[in-house]
Ligand binder design. Structure first.
Ligand code: F6P
Length: 533
């Protein structure tokens, strides 16, 4: 890794203001004159994934302007720095070198840790130990593992896995219940080993083991962290600590030993397959020219949708029940990375940045919020994700699922005009006056942007490639907006306030100064019930 802490400490000159760039003006202008052309078919193949961008605003001028904008942001150099492990996160003075965790030729420290992990898994599997796992971690130390375990263990696994993330005591209560403490492994995943949710829940798990008479509870606990000394001080034996590094961002830690739970639940082959797929996408990202680069094209259309067409959100629509956890995974990846409005020079970014990300698997989503996507006043671009082949034995189910995905996308893309709606209403046998009135309610504006992402089938390889695709898209968008996609200062202030308020709720003396009237009221009112428990 190319360390450059001095430069990071001295600060970064930072990028020029986006809207001051002539290349931005060209890009904006080209986007405003572009359209979604229903007769266009635009496909990119990358690492086992087909990306169909036909449903996005496009024109040759926009493509050209996008390339010029990337050049103005020194894209080639930025991408190289990311992939070589240079400091691309200057506000924390760190690299964001998650690609090193999945590179086919691992650097020695990664290879050594991987080997330790494989031995741990091999021993557990050959002794058939740990029928139950409680995975304790939050955010990046949780979502990726949850996603992989649900994606490949949806039909049941030999080991039972409970995930505990939330500080809400009901979460750990439920997480421990029904498990035999003598055959339960507690996995504490925390890069910082300082996250209060994880430490409190870990402590409850330790007490639970102790109460059940487990002789040395911490021997049944594993920590995955970039702070091995802190985990050791907490009580976890050295042999049970797997490390990650400061140069792995929390929301990218799925590629590290944090995937121990995935390996124990659905096999180490799943983890290796995901890494191989992600590495293939890294190669595609590193080597493909801009017009054929899947992540770059997704990034550019995302910028058009957010910063020029002013769509405030992005909907993720996986038409695969096994990918339910993809939505929160991408939510954290995109919103923690791009939820910023100050650029690396410290200036406000003068266009809207990262959209709100939300979604739900289809077809449930169709019966929940698709009405809003089709006819609501705002609308949102949609990323449809589907698998060409299913892994169950009911082809008819899969046909219906695929048809639904294509149908929703077609409706967003093509829409339905008033005349078409009127024709339908008349064909239903309605009197003309009623048909004319009803037709207004049956119009679909269409022209709403979408991507269609098709995996041949849901395999570890394609899932890994899919996640890497989104990671690189986010990186490119951060580069264009001029923001740092690798820090998350926005979550720190709330954490600090919460620890002060926790002390206030536990105390009995006078409340501190400086609270707004409402917070003061609720602190006074809630003090009693909290101290009672
Ligand atoms: O929510 C902030 C955050 O720091 C995330 O970036 C991270 O994934 C999560 O908390 C958990 O952090 P840790 O792995 O250090 O416990």
């Amino acid at each position: 890794m190319k360390q450059n802490t001095e430069k990071a400490a001295a600060g970064n000159a930072g990028p020029a203001r986006l809207t001051a760039l002539p290349e931005w003006k060209e890009f904006e202008q080209a986007a405003r004159s572009a359209s979604i052309d229903p007769s266009r078919l635009a496909l990119i193949s990358a690492a086992g994934i087909d990306l169909d961008i036909s449903g996005q605003y496009a024109s040759p001028a926009l493509q050209e302007a996008g390339e010029a904008l990337l050049a103005a942001r020194d894209f080639d150099n930025g991408r190289r720095q990311l992939l070589e492990g240079a400091i691309v996160n200057p506000t924390e003075g760190r690299a964001a070198w998650h690609t090193a965790l999945r590179a086919p030729a691992a650097i020695p420290e990664v290879a050594a840790e991987r080997q330790r992990l494989i031995e741990f898994i091999h021993n557990a599997d050959s002794e058939r130990r740990w029928r139950n796992i409680v995975h304790i971690g939050i955010g990046g130390s949780d979502w990726g593992v949850r996603l992989a375990v649900a994606a490949f263990g949806y039909a049941g696994t030999w080991r039972n896995v409970h995930f505990v993330a939330n500080i809400d005591g009901h979460a750990i209560q439920g997480g421990l219940s029904g498990f035999d403490p003598h055959d339960t492994l507690i996995v504490m995943a925390s890069k910082s080993f300082a996250t209060s949710e994880t430490l409190e829940n870990g402590q409850r798990a330790r007490e639970w083991l102790q109460a059940a008479g487990v002789p040395d509870p911490c021997k049944q606990m594993v920590a995955i962290t970039a702070r091995p000394e802190t985990a050791q001080e907490w009580g976890i034996p050295e042999a049970n600590i797997f490390r990650l590094w400061d140069w792995v961002g929390g929301r990218f830690s799925l590629w590290s030993a944090v995937s121990l739970t995935t390996a124990l639940a659905v096999s180490a082959d799943v983890v290796a397959g995901m890494q191989a797929g992600a590495a293939a996408m890294d190669k595609h990202f590193a080597e493909s020219p801009v017009p054929e680069n899947a992540a770059v094209q997704m990034a550019l259309s995302g910028i058009v949708n957010r910063s020029i067409l002013s769509y405030g959100s992005l909907n993720i629509a996986p038409y695969d029940f096994r990918l339910a956890n993809l939505v929160p995974y991408i939510q954290q990846l995109e919103m923690e990375s791009l939820g910023k409005s100050v650029d690396l020079s410290g200036n406000p970014v003068d266009v809207p940045t990262g959209p709100a990300v939300w979604g739900m698997p289809g077809t449930d989503s169709q019966h929940t919020f698709f009405q809003w996507l089709h006819q609501g006043s705002d609308g949102a671009p949609v990323d449809f994700i589907m698998c060409a082949h299913a892994d169950h034995g009911w082809p008819h189910h899969h046909r219906i699922l695929l048809a639904n995905c294509l149908a929703q996308r077609q409706a967003l893309l093509q829409g339905k005009s008033y005349d078409e709606a009127l024709k339908e209403c008349l064909a239903d046998g309605r009197p003309p006056e009623q048909a004319e009135w009803l037709a207004h309610h049956r119009v679909y504006g269409g022209g709403r942007p979408s991507n269609l992402i098709v995996l041949q089938r849901l395999s570890p390889y394609t899932l890994g490639a899919l996640l890497a695709l989104y990671e690189h898209k986010v990186f490119v968008q951060g580069l264009i907006w001029g923001i740092n996609p690798f820090d998350q200062w926005g979550v720190e202030y709330g954490k600090m306030l919460a620890s002060g308020l926790t002390r206030e709720l536990a105390g009995t003396g006078p409340l501190g100064r400086g609270y707004d009237a409402s917070t003061r009221y609720w602190l006074e009112r809630l003090r009693d019930p909290c101290t009672d428990t």
